[in-house]
Design a protein around this ligand. Structure first.
Ligand code: UDP
Length: 320
């Protein structure tokens, strides 16, 4: 494979930083851009002395340029329900203005463009499991709409650049992904449960805990993203783990893996919280030859040391 110069927007985020690592491991040069609204420069600290890597702190909602590029990976966006409800307008701005600016750069340099989209495009789905052909069931004025509609709009703009400018584009729809470098306080279910279990606090289950999610370990997710990036398939393609768990089952797994005796505390279900979520990955299997290898229990075990350190870091910060 030719060595490329790639840009990763949202490169300091959980997934963005893992993608930077994977592209560098393939021998490419990477420029990560991030305004650090929800990203964390510490995720890239280990690349400080890597000559093929640079981090630029900038807001992609303003026009910008980082020099000639071969591939633009557009991941920038607050991605946890807590983050995008706090940063609702920046979420809509990055999905619209940010996506235009990233596409303009790809168009200027004749680069390929990769959009990280989301299973949230399916909303609270009435079709199960979700295939790429499903148009979704999204409340356009609900609390999640800032994220869902931003990503649906991003898909529409990406497809328009493909249609009108003949840009080479790829769209991935990412389902719940977890692993090291998730922000311990981002409010998502796995960081919350891991933190609570490790601190001996009650696990906060929203609603009756019977809603389902399908959790993909980060190394599987990144492998799927790269397979799509280097394929000829424009997408959208679902990349996620079809192993489906209720949130109560997920809590149980976290208790087993951490060896914690924490009890469960039931709390109100947030508005428009999807009742079920499971990817149909037949397209990824047939077109990309991809499927995940790591089940939830193994992935939680692989993440345990990271979460232990993150929780210890919180304690140290508090006592300081
Ligand atoms: N959830 C929960 N307790 C928590 C955090 C989340 O029960 O402390 C539930 C949430 O209501 C949702 C699921 O776990 O049904 C996944 O939530 P998350 O925020 O991780 O991602 P989502 O898939 O909703 O974007």
């Amino acid at each position: 494979m030719n060595k490329l110069r790639a840009m990763v927007t949202g490169g300091a985020g959980f997934l963005g930083s893992h993608l930077c690592d994977a592209l560098l491991a393939e021998g490419h040069s990477v420029v990560a851009v991030d305004n650090l609204l929800t990203g964390n420069a510490a995720n890239l600290e280990h690349l400080r002395n890597e000559p093929r890597f640079e981090l630029r702190r900038l807001d992609i909602c303003e026009p910008f340029d980082c020099g000639k590029l071969d591939y633009v990976f557009h991941l920038a966006c607050p991605a946890s329900p807590v983050d995008y409800s706090i940063h609702g307008i920046p979420t809509l701005r990055v999905g619209s203005l940010g996506t235009f600016n990233a596409l303009e750069l790809a168009n200027k340099y004749g680069a390929r463009f990769f959009l990280s989209s989301t299973s949230e495009c399916y909303g609270d789905p009435e079709e199960h499991p979700q295939k790429e052909s499903y148009w979704g069931h999204v409340n356009p004025i609900g609390p999640r709409s800032v994220y869902d509609e931003a990503k649906r709009f991003s898909e529409a703009v990406t497809v328009a650049y493909r249609r009108y400018h003949k840009l080479e584009t790829r769209i991935v729809r990412i389902f719940n992904t977890y692993g090291p470098r998730m922000q311990i306080n981002d409010g998502r279910v796995i960081p919350n449960f891991m933190k609570q279990a490790l601190r001996g606090e009650e696990l906060t289950v929203y609603g009756d805990g019977k809603q389902t999610r399908s959790f993909c370990y980060v190394s599987d997710e990144i492998e799927g993203l790269l397979r799509l990036a280097w394929s000829q398939e424009p997408g959208p393609v679902n990349i996620g783990n079809p192993g489906e768990f209720t949130i109560l089952e997920c809590g149980q797994k976290v208790l087993e893996v951490t060896g914690s005796n924490s009890k469960i505390k039931f709390m109100p279900l947030p508005q428009d919280d999807p009742k079920q979520r499971c990817p149909d990955i037949s397209k990824a299997r047939s077109v990309l030859g991809w499927e995940p290898k790591i089940n939830l229990e193994t992935g939680l075990k692989l993440s345990l040391e990271y979460f232990r350190q993150a929780v210890a870091g919180m304690k140290a910060t508090r006592s300081a």
